[in-house]
Design a protein around this ligand. Structure first.
Ligand SMILES: Nc1ncnc2c1ncn2[C@@H]1O[C@H](COP(=O)(O)OP(=O)(O)OP(=O)(O)O)[C@@H](O)[C@H]1O
Ligand SMILES: [Mg+2]
Length: 404
């Protein structure tokens, strides 16, 4: 389902329910309280209600109660007279008056200071208030929608939020579930954001498929739709075109995907801790560990297009440690920041045979992960799962065909 920027995208029953509720309540002037975690789309829902209502041609005034200093909120909401307080050099219209005929959206209403909660209660009941420093009562015709990611019921129990105000705000509750509770919305949202950001940038990144989509579905999205939107924006900008690879995904998403895979399949076969059988004749532990390390280093380089900064991030090590390891293997001729450009040129020019070779192995691993037998073997015929120990790291490779 594609839609314009302000429309709500989603195919889950939960979002379809929210859409139906929006349709019904936009025909009324009832007060609405939208709840849900950060980034689920509370403001988008408030806008949708306003846009569908008879008030659509008038203003939708958004007030973020958490973003305005407590001492300024009253003047901000209700306006003030010249000289009402230090710095009030002229009369100022409040947000309630600015919303006359339209809708006011009180975002993060749970953060409203106690002393203003009584004043808001009166506005909800009578639509009347006075500007700061004035005795004149102002009356407005405003629809009130508020939102919070706080549990207002428990705030009421802790006496941090007025109970009477809570019931007045909560005439029509709209609860937006977290994205992890409606994962079936993820593909439609990805498609929506890919189209949106491709359109905005002129890029042509393709809709993720297969295990990339699986990985995006497996992740729990603690930042909800906003986190997904930000990721797709970043992927579109950084990739520019073509398909998204597993290596393009942030580590936290890739890891969650890998953890959820049964052992020996797909990404998990690359990620899982190897199970080695110690041969009766023993083994050269140092060489095996070194080969294993080289295998992962080379994959990180291949996956990041030889970008040592990103590769070192993937391996959770300092860049300098990575460079040192590559230098020891003869994959970098010079060290030191002075020569970094030369190093990069050397790497790009193909002194990284291991990385190139293992890059294709890494891809094969994805496809052949069910083959549980892996060899530490410099010249094994089965390159698919072999941890090759060739190139600069030779000599100590025992070639014992040890199962990993
Ligand atoms: N169902 C949806 N379809 C399309 N875009 C969405 C949807 N839900 C959220 N978004 C987008 O995700 C971003 C976050 O949404 P929004 O600002 O409405 O969330 P919020 O619940 O108000 O977050 P916060 O609590 O942090 O203020 C916005 O860019 C919004 O356009
Ligand atoms: Mg918001």
């Amino acid at each position: 389902m594609l839609a314009n920027r302000s429309a709500l995208v989603g195919e889950s029953l939960a979002i379809q329910d929210v859409l139906k509720t929006i349709d019904k309540i936009s025909q009324t002037d009832s007060t609405v309280l939208i709840t849900g975690e950060s980034g689920v789309g509370k403001e988008l829902v408030a806008r949708a209600i306003h846009d569908k209502s008879a008030r659509a041609s008038k203003a939708l005034v958004v007030v973020n109660c958490a973003a305005i200093p407590a001492e300024l909120i009253e003047a901000e909401l209700f306006g003030h007279m010249k000289g009402a307080f230090t710095g009030a050099t002229q009369n100022r219209l409040g947000r309630f008056e600015a919303a006359h005929g339209g809708t006011i959206f009180l975002d993060e209403v749970g953060e409203l200071p106690m002393h203003l909660q009584a004043k808001l209660l009166r506005v909800i009941q009578t639509r009347q208030f006075e500007a700061v420093g004035s005795n004149k009562t102002i009356e407005v015709d405003v629809r009130i929608i508020s939102a919070t990611n706080r549990d207002l019921e428990s705030a009421v129990q802790k006496r941090e939020f007025r109970e009477d105000l809570y019931y007045r705000l909560n005439v029509i509750p709209v609860k937006i579930p977290s994205l992890r509770e409606r994962k079936t919305d993820i593909p439609a949202l990805i498609q929506h954001f890919i189209t949106q950001f491709n359109g905005a940038t002129g890029h042509t990144v393709e809709m993720p498929q297969g295990q990339i989509l699986d990985a995006l579905m497996a992740y729990d999205w603690p930042g909800n739709v906003r986190e997904l939107e930000n990721l797709i924006e970043r992927l579109v900008i950084l990739k520019g075109q073509g398909s998204v690879d597993l290596g393009d995904l942030p580590h936290r998403i890739f890891q969650k995907f890998a953890e959820g895979r049964p052992a020996g399949t797909g990404a998990m076969s690359e990620w899982e801790f190897p199970r080695m059988v110690l041969p009766t004749s023993g083994l050269d532990l140092k060489a095996i560990v070194e080969a294993f390390e080289n295998h992962l280093v080379d994959q990180a380089l291949a996956r990041t297009g030889n970008n040592k900064n990103r590769a070192s991030e993937l391996l959770q090590m300092n860049r300098t440690t990575l460079v040192e390891k590559l230098r020891k293997r003869g994959m970098i001729q010079t060290v030191g920041s002075r020569n970094r450009m030369r190093e990069d040129a050397a790497v790009a020019a193909g002194q990284m045979n291991d990385a190139v070779l293992l890059s294709s192995n890494a891809n094969n691993n994805n496809n052949n992960g069910n083959n549980g037998n892996k060899n530490v073997n410099g010249n094994s015929g089965n390159t698919t799962n072999a941890i090759n120990n060739n190139g600069a790291n030779n000599g100590r490779n025992s070639g014992t065909g040890i199962d990993l």
